[in-house]
Design a protein around this ligand. Structure first.
Ligand code: AMP
Length: 210
């Protein structure tokens, strides 16, 4: 199954992608995580990416599209994958079509901007494996330690209040049109992204028929 997961910053895409992955046994492809890994490794691409992510802007389409193309060509993607954070613009959605990628389902996690701003302040992520947590809604078993790999959790620099507002603006202006692209094709399934993590997971599984 090839699935696209839409949702604003902090809508819960990473958390829900993990749940879908475990259920279906397919990898989650998060362009945000790939970009953060490149930034952390200090590669030339990472240095370029940082200029955009730290302002809450999108990394240019041409760079992200190439990165995604390489990632989904890897053997672990042969039986399907979940795209978490891609496509984020109309040119990215069109690029998937041009690559000949057949998308089976598109899920959009619907969360209000007010709720998103509340959530972001509590978000913590694992810099090693990318797992995300929330201090109140989805805390790790041991305070500030990743359940999966034992690494110390961090707050992402792009989770700061003013960056979050810019990311929301970018989401509405550039990513919502990409969402509408799939709605027009009759592929979009909207899921209420407010509430507890398990209840939202159940709604997503229902929407996907899994
Ligand atoms: P995320 O973890 O998905 O929220 O992504 C974090 C940041 O990485 C975003 O705010 C963008 O700057 C960048 N990014 C991630 N995915 C994309 C994409 N598909 N297109 C452009 N920029 C992206």
């Amino acid at each position: 199954m090839r699935i696209i997961l839409f949702g604003g910053p902090g809508a819960g895409k990473g958390t829900q992608a993990s749940a879908i992955c475990s259920k279906l046994g397919i990898p989650s492809v998060s362009t945000g995580n790939i970009i953060r890994e490149a930034i952390a490794a200090g590669t030339p691409a990472g240095v370029e990416f940082k200029k955009y992510t730290e302002k809450g802007e999108l990394v240019p389409d041409s760079l992200v599209i190439e990165m995604l193309k390489d990632r989904i060509a890897r053997p672990d993607c042969a039986n399907g994958y979940i795209l978490d954070g891609f496509p984020r613009s109309i040119p990215q959605a069109e690029a998937l079509d041009e690559m000949g990628v057949e998308i089976d389902a598109v899920v959009s996690l619907e969360v209000s901007d007010e709720e998103i701003e509340k959530r972001m302040t509590g978000r913590r992520v694992c810099p090693k494996c990318g797992e995300s947590y929330h201090l109140v809604f989805n805390p790790p078993k041991t305070e500030m330690i990743c359940d999966k790999c034992g690494e110390a959790l961090i707050q992402r620099s792009d989770d700061k209040a003013e960056t979050v507002r810019e990311r929301l603006r970018v989401y509405h202006s550039q990513t919502e049109p990409a969402k509408a692209y799939y709605e027009k094709k009759g592929k979009l399934r909207k899921v209420d992204g407010n509430g507890n993590v398990e209840a939202i997971t159940a709604l997503i599984f229902k929407a996907l028929g899994i």
